[in-house]
Write a protein that binds this ligand. Structure first.
Ligand SMILES: NC(=O)c1ccc[n+]([C@@H]2O[C@H](COP(=O)([O-])OP(=O)(O)OC[C@H]3O[C@@H](n4cnc5c(N)ncnc54)[C@H](OP(=O)(O)O)[C@@H]3O)[C@@H](O)[C@H]2O)c1
Length: 249
């Protein structure tokens, strides 16, 4: 944390025209880096990751969704933990006509690939996300996983098995597959581990204007130390603040 006592603002909450979808997307550029890991999360005023139904959608808003889509729009990979796949029941990652040309020009697949990290391989295999995504999903798991579970996973996704599923090994595996633009959409456990390993370059965090209680939010082990980020921008809409933070290296 900085020691500076300077305070600025209040930021203007109205004025000018609302941003277009293209302008929102332009506010989330991908740096020309070997690898860039971005975290996308929504939180309530009281620090909850989910509403009373245990889902993030109930504490989101249309403005947050606009930013959510802009953040992942030109990603190579959308990375989630198995807990998030089980709870949120992700829908297929489909190609969007508006992005086809720009993704092709950048040498990207028509849509980001969904990447799910799971040691248990206890995943909702009946979801359409496995068979209807534009790019075959990836499942990152352990070489020690149950053989029959590995076989089931292989029917639905490309399996990336590693001896030790560390955050570094996960990110390296994606970079090796030419997927260096990574959006981690949670959940809190996977994100915590990525931050702890110093791998998160950008945190795109929405604060929703609601209190929800934290009983349905997964607790995560404390990090060894706080990890500081610097504020790059603040957008607002639906009473929510959409903040882009960059890692302090
Ligand atoms: N507010 C938001 O923006 C937001 C975003 C995403 C999710 N959520 C919410 O958060 C909740 C889920 O979060 P969560 O923290 O419990 O789960 P999570 O991080 O999505 O997933 C945890 C699971 O991922 C696998 N995993 C992650 N790292 C691993 C590693 N290094 N080695 C082996 N396996 C690993 C394990 O799966 P296995 O158990 O299969 O081995 C683990 O149980 C849901 O309620 C969801 O709705 C909120």
């Amino acid at each position: 944390m900085s020691d500076a006592e300077d305070v600025y603002g209040p930021l203007p909450l109205t004025g000018g025209d609302p941003l277009t979808g293209e302008e929102v997307a332009a506010a989330y550029p991908w740096p020309d880096a070997r690898v860039w890991v971005r975290a996308m999360m929504v939180t309530t005023l009281d620090g909850a990751a989910t509403g009373p139904d245990g889902l993030s959608g109930s504490v989101s808003s249309p403005a947050d969704q606009l930013v959510f889509n802009a953040v992942r729009r030109h990603a190579d990979a959308v990375l989630i933990g198995a807990g998030t796949m089980r709870a949120e029941q992700y829908t297929p990652m489909r190609a969007k006509p508006a992005d086809t040309a720009s993704r092709a020009a950048s040498g990207q697949a028509p849509a980001p690939v969904i990447v799910v990290v799971s040691a248990s391989l206890n995943l909702p295999w009946d979801l359409p996300v496995w068979r209807e995504s534009a790019v075959r999903p990836l499942v990152v798991t352990s070489t020690h996983a149950d053989r029959s579970q590995l076989a089931i996973a292989g029917e639905h996704a490309t399996v990336v098995a590693m001896d030790d599923i560390t955050p570094t090994a996960i990110v390296d595996a994606l970079v090796d597959r030419d997927l260096p633009r990574i959006v981690c959409e949670g959940g809190p456990r996977l994100l915590r581990d990525l931050v702890g390993a110093g791998l998160v370059d950008e945190a795109d965090i929405t604060v929703s204007p609601v209190f929800a209680g934290t009983a349905t939010s997964p607790p995560t082990p404390a990090l060894a130390q706080v990890n500081s980020f610097k504020l790059a921008h603040v957008l607002q809409g639906d009473g929510a603040l959409m903040m882009r933070y960059l890692a302090v290296r």
